[in-house]
Design a protein around this ligand. Structure first.
Ligand SMILES: Cc1cc2nc3c(=O)[nH]c(=O)nc-3n(C[C@H](O)[C@H](O)[C@H](O)COP(=O)(O)OP(=O)(O)OC[C@H]3O[C@@H](n4cnc5c(N)ncnc54)[C@H](O)[C@@H]3O)c2cc1C
Length: 376
């Protein structure tokens, strides 16, 4: 086999499709038995992703344009209204199924219920299947990637941990809105959120694990008990959660044995914690580099997949992440929301929430090994 992709999340399935489409022999494995089980994302797609990638409309909920930003007191939220459709929450089980079918139509094989154990010298072992040999491994196995460790690539070290509940809402009972609560007691280093698009409501919190002494689930239950937006379940309640790498894109992402994509690569906006856009954006370059390397055998091709170069463009966001992490008391959070009420504050908030800069653009043009820079 040419390429083994470990992980059938959005990053793995999308990369597998692009590789198979380039004529490579590709297999994807995931330890999940079903793609609709163990979902670890709210599934908010931002405008820029929907503009740049083809996510079918029927997989997406109604658009959300209103954001309400609450201080810890929950009094007088700041309301920001965009004149464009900013967010759409996807039916993620359907998104994964769609991505799987697209990968399979391009020629990739997708095996579920197969857990990657380790790899050495191209031999890959699984917990519940026969070993295989692969020329190249794509680590799309999430925030705590084992593939990264086995290939000797960089690993994520800074995490938030997030948890949410999601349930249908009775139609016509709520107004589509994204409620964000800045309160370090419920979400130390991040936000509590309710996003309700009129079909489903997601109620969640995230924070630094060392600051969530009582555990994230406890914080979620406390937050959900009186979360803003007043949503009541009109159907089954599903729980989701997982780690979110927020240290920025890792530096060393590729070696002759394989490379990393998605959360495994730390490809998450350190500020907003959005990782779905980078799954799609970085996969294009990952697939181009992998195909170029396997075709030529020239290791210089791999140097194009350089986390260090992308990281440089994250400086501002990493700085803001540090500022975010520094909001430790309710009084400090109140002061931040007060500052955001002014004209400059609202402009900054709108730039973060509605801007186009959540993840830098990645140039997917393949490298020419002879001259070491992309084809023009
Ligand atoms: C609670 C929460 C809410 C979030 N909400 C949003 C949001 O609304 N919008 C947004 O843009 N981002 C959001 N994020 C971040 C975003 O979801 C992730 O960045 C993105 O889903 C990462 O995709 P991925 O394919 O890299 O990893 P994953 O989706 O985590 O996929 C990794 C896959 O690898 C598999 N795997 C792991 N280990 C093994 C193994 N040993 N063998 C076989 N398979 C293995 C797993 O089963 C999994 O299917 C959220 C994150 C969390 C935790």
């Amino acid at each position: 086999m040419d390429v083994l992709v470990v992980g059938a999340g959005l990053a793995g399935l999308h990369t597998a499709r692009l590789l198979a489409w380039r004529g490579l022999n590709v297999m994807v494995v995931d330890r999940r038995r079903s793609l609709s089980a163990g979902i670890r994302t709210t599934g908010i797609f931002v405008r820029r992703t929907l503009d740049d990638f083809d996510v079918p409309d029927h997989l997406l909920g109604p658009a959300v344009r209103d954001v309400l930003l609450y201080p810890p007191s929950r009094r007088a939220p700041i309301r920001l209204t965009s004149d464009r459709d900013e967010y759409r929450v996807a039916d993620m089980a359907a998104v994964y199924e769609h991505a799987r079918r697209a990968a399979e139509s391009a020629g990739a094989r997708v095996l579920l219920g197969v857990r990657y154990v380790d790899a050495s010298m191209g031999l890959v072992r699984f917990a519940d299947a026969e070993p295989v040999t692969a020329r190249f491994i794509v680590g799309a196995d999430g925030a705590r990637s084992r593939v990264a460790r086995d290939l000797g690539l960089d690993v994520n070290r800074r995490f938030l941990v997030g948890a949410e509940i999601v349930h249908p809402v009775a139609s016509g009972t709520t107004t589509p809105a994204f409620h964000c609560v800045l309160d370090p007691r419920i979400a130390p280093g991040y936000l509590g959120w309710v996003i309700d698009d009129g079909r489903n409501a997601h109620v969640g919190v995230a924070g630094y694990p060392d600051a969530t002494r009582t555990g994230i689930r406890h914080l979620l239950d406390a937050f959900a008990a009186d979360a803003p937006g007043g949503t009541t379940p009109a159907g089954p309640v599903e729980r989701r959660g997982g780690p979110i790498p927020v240290g920025g894109v890792l530096r060393r992402l590729a070696c002759p044995a394989g490379l990393l994509v998605g959360d495994a690569a730390g490809a998450v906006s350190p500020l907003t914690a959005g990782g779905l856009d980078p799954c799609l954006r970085m996969s294009e370059l990952a697939a181009a580099v992998t195909a170029g390397y396997l075709r030529t055998g020239d290791q210089r091709v791999l140097s194009r997949y350089d986390g260090g170069a992308l990281r440089a463009r994250f400086r501002g966001r990493l700085l803001l992440r540090r500022a975010f992490a520094g909001i430790r008391s309710p009084a400090a959070a109140e002061a931040v929301v007060t500052a955001l009420r002014g004209r400059a504050g609202r402009a900054l908030a709108a730039r973060i929430l509605f801007g186009d800069g959540s993840f830098p653009d990645v140039d997917p043009r393949p490298v020419d090994p002879a001259i070491g820079h992309p084809h023009r």
